[in-house]
Design a protein around this ligand. Structure first.
Ligand code: ZN
Length: 415
């Protein structure tokens, strides 16, 4: 494998690295799975071959054991890539807006938004409007609605979108407002409240945006058609991840001494890659057909592996099964991912497997539990070897999540 040797601290990087983020793959043990976790239950011949010649353990996310858990994807993905996000602003709205290529200036106010379904009185009946897709028509409707502050709304993948409000001469925004999205079906959309007096205008703006967008969405022919077909209308927006600061960070290639490339379609990851100076090969994740998604990932992954020393490859479907609380789908998505990786021509590369966070089916959301990790060079000749899973990880080394990349680079320096 031809590789222009990079350097991380005193280590010369000799092998390519494929660093895989299996979003939300960690979980707890279930009776239905014979007291195993989905990872341990799944048949994973590729991971087991990696383990035969490699190392596994648990990585501790920055939110571990905290009273106020940190489980947001931006903190944990930065941490997975070796940046301790407690040390810099990392509001999700701004990062996703950057990821989608929207114009964002310091001081602009951005929010990640989900399309949702609500009843007349604002009670949420579906947090993702039936996992709606192709919402460009709704984007047009929202951008055309009357609003006192200039803004841009962008519909992104699936039920997701981003709103950026423009700062101006006498218009300053504050992140210090309370949440609007209760994250629970059966509860009403909340009103944003200022956490300090100077944030009142921003809270009012967010509340007005939620109201006006409900009117605009209710009037949209797109939603009328959905209702006629018996589908939940996307008649509300749930903004979150309020942010007004753009972080300035040491680029990944400088910090770690390797040319890196990201293969991902998720807005937050695209934004993080852009902020870290990691070019992206874009794929459509969350297409709803996971076999198709894996197929679409193959060519960009192979291209990235040919041209870069460090490839960051993101898989979303396991996390989605976790959010839906679908244990068996989670098992099969882990198996599908293992088979995909096992089919790649890896030619001596170090393959690293880990995640931003666990998404236990039991809670249908992110947790701050320690996350299984694994890295090594596949040893396909190994027989009767160990099974990759939580039991093996419990015997391995415990590391901080933000030290994972460093450990993997050290492994890639071995001959
Ligand atoms: Zn998730």
């Amino acid at each position: 494998m031809i590789l222009k040797a990079g350097r991380y601290k005193s280590f010369v990087i000799r092998r390519k690295i494929l660093c895989c983020l299996l979003d939300g793959y960690g979980d707890v043990r279930y009776g239905e799975l014979g007291r195993k976790t989905p990872l341990e239950y799944a048949e994973t011949p590729f991971f087991d071959a990696l383990l035969a010649g490699g190392t596994c353990g648990f990585m501790e996310p920055v939110g571990l054991g905290r009273e106020v858990p940190i489980t947001d994807a931006s903190t944990m993905t930065f941490s997975f890539l070796g940046y301790d996000a407690r040390k810099f602003p990392h509001g999700r709205g701004i990062i996703e807006a950057i990821g989608e290529g929207m114009r964002v200036r310091d001081g602009d106010f951005a929010a990640r938004c989900n399309f949702a379904t609500v009843s007349q009185d604002g009670t949420i009946t579906d947090l993702r409007a039936g996992r709606i897709r192709d919402t460009k028509e709704l984007e047009t409707a929202l951008n055309g609605m009357p609003f006192p502050v200039p803004f841009e709304f962008r519909a992104t993948a699936g039920h997701r979108g981003i709103a950026v409000f423009r700062s101006g001469k006498n218009r300053r925004f504050s992140e210090d407002i309370t949440s609007v999205d209760p994250h629970v079906v059966g509860r009403k959309i909340m009103r944003a409240k200022p956490l300090k007096p100077s944030a009142k205008k921003t809270a009012d703006l967010v509340n007005l945006f939620v109201e006006r967008s409900r009117e605009a969405l209710a009037a949209s022919p797109f939603n009328k058609k959905r209702k006629a077909r018996g589908l939940p209308p996307a008649n509300a927006l749930l903004p979150r991840g309020f942010s007004a600061k753009v972080p300035r960070l040491e680029p990944f290639p400088e910090k770690y001494g390797v040319r890196a490339c990201g293969v991902t379609g998720v807005a937050i990851n695209k934004g993080i890659c852009k902020l870290l100076g990691i070019p992206i090969k874009r794929v459509d994740e969350d297409v709803g057909d996971n076999a198709k998604e894996m197929k679409m990932k193959l060519t960009p992954t192979l291209e990235a592996l040919r041209n870069y020393a460090f490839v960051f490859l993101h898989f979303k479907t396991i996390d989605m099964a976790g959010h839906d609380g679908d244990l068996w789908r989670k098992v099969s998505e882990i198996e599908r991912t293992d088979a995909f990786l096992g089919g790649l021509p890896l030619d001596g590369a170090v393959v690293a497997v880990g995640a931003d966070h666990c998404t236990p089916c039991k809670i249908g959301g992110h947790s701050t539990d320690a996350i299984p990790y694994l890295f090594g060079t596949p040893d396909k000749g190994a027989r009767g070897g160990r099974k990759f899973g939580d039991s093996e990880c419990a015997r391995g080394k415990r590391i901080k999540q933000y030290d994972f990349v460093g450990e993997v680079l050290k492994a890639a320096s071995r001959r």
